[in-house]
Design a protein around this ligand. Structure first.
Ligand code: GLC
Length: 427
């Protein structure tokens, strides 16, 4: 069976962001930023205060870092050495869900079970030492309302997490109680930060001129240093929860996918761009092309990478056959590769539009300052076409001034950033 040519062209069109749309999205993002600074109720961006600015680079000492935000939880013991240097002394990691064995992220699990599991991991990282006093920085990568660096209440789960009894709670209180249940009273959680904030702290610890931090992975979100130029307030990093940006034109696949998701109506941008969702969108579109509308194949963003990188049509066909049971003709396999590329390019363009919205807001009167945008995450790091299309879209939006801006990979920023936040909590 060959794909219907018209249907294929229509689908590709639906996953295309034109130059004009790109400009409009960046401008709308900037508008929501400006509105959000006045009153977040008027913006689709949550603009959450982090109660932390940028580090000096001279932070020192040994800290614990808990990185909790995806299916893998990590605990690290990190020594900050100042001058942007650090050493990871110990690292332990475990998944929160192992198919058929345990699941701490589904509806059936409770906050206690989840945090007890995390406390056990902390115990591993300190190798059962219940005497040395440690400050712990906690990268908690979900939208949280903060009143200070310690106190962060989960507003709503994202990324399809559904554990009962965490929404509305102060996550560090849950962690503290779990540590106490295991007799770990020498570990003191003092700071909670979003992973975007962690990435920005980690990058700024190592090099100046970094004001924007972003995650482009399972989920997507960005933060930036708000200078509060016209007020007496000290500069502070704001977690935009940009995955919730709404001023976009979702196509019918986006809409249908959203309807079946854990939180319909939430996280529109994130559901169009992040690794957790791209494979699903691709699968939905492919099902139409294969005449099996509504069928779920379970494609992931890793499958998408492999399709782009496949040596030839036969390679693409093999990946598709493994998930769908359909053997594709050469021409259709090439079409599949084109569709996958369209979805990735759309994602990179939308993410870039949000970066440029921030850049415009930061330097509204002048040319954009020279700066690095720190990005962490598997999509940015590993997905073919992502980085190059970010650069392309930056040029499209900023013209020659794009030369002032680059994106840098801040690998492992979630852990390092948490340690830096713990160090900064002592100020
Ligand atoms: C989701 C979370 C956000 C986090 C992002 C990346 O969008 O809501 O807090 O930063 O995923 O992990």
């Amino acid at each position: 069976m060959a794909f219907d040519k018209k249907l294929f062209a229509d689908i590709c069109q639906e996953f295309t962001v034109t130059g004009e749309q790109l400009h409009e999205i960046a401008a709308n993002f900037r508008y929501d930023l400006r509105k959000g600074l006045e009153d977040s109720a008027q913006s689709s961006l949550r603009m959450l205060k982090s109660y932390v600015g940028l580090p000096t680079g001279d932070e020192k000492g040994e800290y614990l870092a808990l990185d909790f935000g995806g299916t893998n939880v990590r605990v690290l013991r990190i020594r900050l050495e100042g001058a942007g240097k650090f050493e990871v002394l110990k690292k332990v990691a475990k998944p929160l869900r192992v198919e058929g064995i345990y699941d701490f992220v589904g509806e059936g699990s409770t906050a206690e079970q989840m945090f007890d599991f995390i406390a056990e991991l902390v115990d591993e990282a300190i190798e059962g030492d219940h005497t040395t006093h440690y400050l712990l920085g906690h990268t908690f990568s979900f939208p949280s309302e903060q009143t200070n660096l310690y106190n962060a209440k989960l507003i709503i789960w994202t990324k399809e997490f559904a554990t009962a009894g965490v929404e509305g709670e102060v996550v560090n209180d849950l962690l503290k109680a779990a540590l106490h249940r295991q007799g770990i009273d020498n570990v003191e959680p003092t700071a909670v930060i979003n992973d975007t904030v962690a990435v920005l702290l980690a990058a700024a610890y190592k090099q100046p001129d970094t004001y924007i931090g972003s995650i482009y992975a399972t989920g997507h979100n960005t933060c930036y240093l708000e200078p509060y130029a016209d007020s007496a307030d000290a500069p502070m990093i704001l977690n935009l929860e940009s995955g919730g940006f709404m001023k976009l034109a979702p196509n019918r696949f986006d809409v249908a996918f959203d309807e079946q998701s854990e939180k319909p109506g939430e996280q529109r941008l994130e559901k169009m761009v992040s690794g957790r969702y791209m494979g699903e969108l691709f699968g939905m579109a492919l099902a139409e092309l294969l005449g099996e509308q509504g069928k779920k194949y379970g494609f992931t963003s890793i499958d998408m990478s492999n399709i782009v990188l496949a040596e030839d049509a036969a390679g693409v066909s093999k990946i598709v056959a493994a998930k769908t049971g359909h053997e594709l003709a050469t021409e259709d396999a090439e079409s599949v590769r084109e569709l996958v590329s369209k979805i990735i390019v759309r994602s990179a363009r939308l993410v870039t539009a949000s970066f440029v919205g921030i850049i415009w807001q930061l330097d509204s009167e002048t040319k954009p300052r020279k700066q690095h945008i720190a990005v962490d995450g598997s999509v940015y790091e590993k997905m073919p076409l992502a980085k190059e299309n970010i650069m392309r879209a930056l040029s499209e939006l900023l013209g020659e001034e794009a030369a002032n801006i680059d994106t840098v990979l801040e690998n492992g920023g979630s852990g390092l950033g948490a340690a830096i936040a713990a160090a900064m909590s002592q100020r």
